[in-house]
Design a protein around this ligand. Structure first.
Ligand code: AMP
Length: 399
């Protein structure tokens, strides 16, 4: 593979797979343009080198071919505001004569956005002929769509087969995601603490299993902690629990012990008499929650325990909130842990926050710039943490 920052794009047409799957309101206005802004450094470097850019992306989940609602034409005017003084054109199809002609006519310093890739079912099927047609539009292939790297789609993986090793590379956003994730999973400075939270054990089981072989300490918070307590015969009242996962929880505890990995469960909880923002609240041990009450956040003792572990760490991976942070009464645990991660980072630890809700939490508490890296990768980052090989990464790295 080629290295993006070392590549000279002068007079090259760079075909970039971006993730422009942005949320639109009913007037087709973009309500959050993070996915577009985060790939701008990649686009701007190519233009600054004197190359041109052909952008391809999906938007939404169109079921039956071209649909106005999912057209990428709705993004063109905003793209122009992000690329001041750059000529931006749009092709009404991602393959076919118009795409071929407009790509061929593209001058250095110009940008062409292709229509939604998922208007063709061949995209998600990873169809080779479709991928080959796309590949013909550019001289080099750049993948900057980490959010879809876990999919073996035509534009995210298969297309790379049609470019020589020195003509395919990660874009700057994708490279930053891969470097951060690899640093944590394969080159973590110890002590390495993983903080895993969120609602369900079943969603996080593969991550925990993978991290058992890597982490020094695993902190388990959020709703999933109660399955671990109940599995050990404790009273958790009406807290969230997956009874069918209790044997697995015991297996994890036993495996951690045999591997010398410290598992930390929240010793106390903020409990509530109902799952609601106006619930009555109290505090008690997480392993003795009265019936009729449920644990909706970690308590103050747990915050102290967890913070101590976090502040002793050199590498921190955080996925999933410690409580129902969407409700003010149950925010304290997640916020306190976010602050501890920020403090550890300012003391020199490397911290990576990845996966939907923990990313939302650090943003909510305005701490995103106080951690080392916040992944935009969502599901792709989760699969990476699970130890899976992501097709979008493998396709660039091989050959
Ligand atoms: P996940 O998508 O698995 O990371 O789960 C995130 C969700 O878990 C958030 O919406 C939280 O409100 C929820 N959550 C966190 N802690 C608890 C808890 N103790 N009980 C119920 N839901 C929780």
């Amino acid at each position: 593979m080629a290295i993006f920052s070392e590549y000279n794009f002068s007079s090259k047409k760079a075909l970039i797979r971006v993730d422009f799957n942005v949320p639109l309101n009913e007037h087709f206005e973009i309500t959050d343009d993070t996915r577009m802004t985060s790939t701008m450094p990649t686009i701007k470097k190519i233009l600054a080198d004197g190359g041109s850019v052909i952008l391809m992306s999906h938007l939404g989940r169109p079921k039956d071919g071209p649909t106005d609602k999912y057209s990428l034409k709705h993004l063109v005017s905003h793209l122009k505001t992000l690329l001041v003084d750059v000529k931006v054109d749009f092709a009404n199809d991602c393959i076919g004569q118009e795409a071929i002609d407009k790509s061929a006519a593209l001058q250095n310093g110009e940008v062409l956005l292709l229509e939604n890739l998922r208007f063709y079912k061949e995209e998600e099927k990873g169809d080779a002929a479709f991928a080959e047609k796309l590949s013909k539009l550019g001289d080099v292939y750049v993948n900057d769509a980490f959010g879809t790297a876990h999919r073996a789609h035509a534009s995210t993986a298969v297309i790379a087969n049609y470019f020589a090793a020195d003509k395919k590379m990660f874009g700057l956003l994708m490279e930053a995601e891969v470097i951060s994730a690899e640093k944590v999973l394969h080159a973590a400075e110890k002590p390495f603490t993983a903080i895993i939270g969120g609602a369900k054990v079943s969603d996080k089981i593969l991550i925990i299993e993978n991290l058992l072989n890597r982490a020094t300490d695993i902190i388990i918070g959020g709703g999933m902690a109660y399955t671990f307590w109940k599995a050990q015969g404790k009273m958790i009242g009406n807290s969230l629990c997956e009874d069918d996962r209790m044997p697995l929880a015991l297996e994890i505890l036993a495996k951690a012990k045999s591997l010398g990995v410290n598992i930390h469960l929240p010793i106390d909880s903020t409990i509530a008499d109902k799952f609601a923002a106006d619930a009555q609240t109290s505090n008690c041990e997480s392993y003795g929650i009265p019936s009729g009450w449920m644990g909706l956040d970690i308590g103050q003792k747990a915050v102290s325990d967890f913070s101590e572990v976090i502040l002793n760490s050199k590498t921190i991976l955080w996925n999933g909130p410690m409580g129902v942070f969407e409700m003010e009464k149950f925010q304290n645990g997640t916020k306190s842990i976010a602050l501890a991660v920020a403090e550890a980072t300012s003391n020199g630890a490397f911290s990576l926050v990845g996966g939907g809700d923990s990313v939302a939490a650090v943003n909510m508490f305005h701490l995103a710039d106080k951690v080392s890296y916040v992944s935009t990768g969502g599901g792709a980052m989760l699969e990476y943490f699970e130890g899976k090989i992501l097709p979008g990464i493998a396709a660039i790295q091989k050959g």
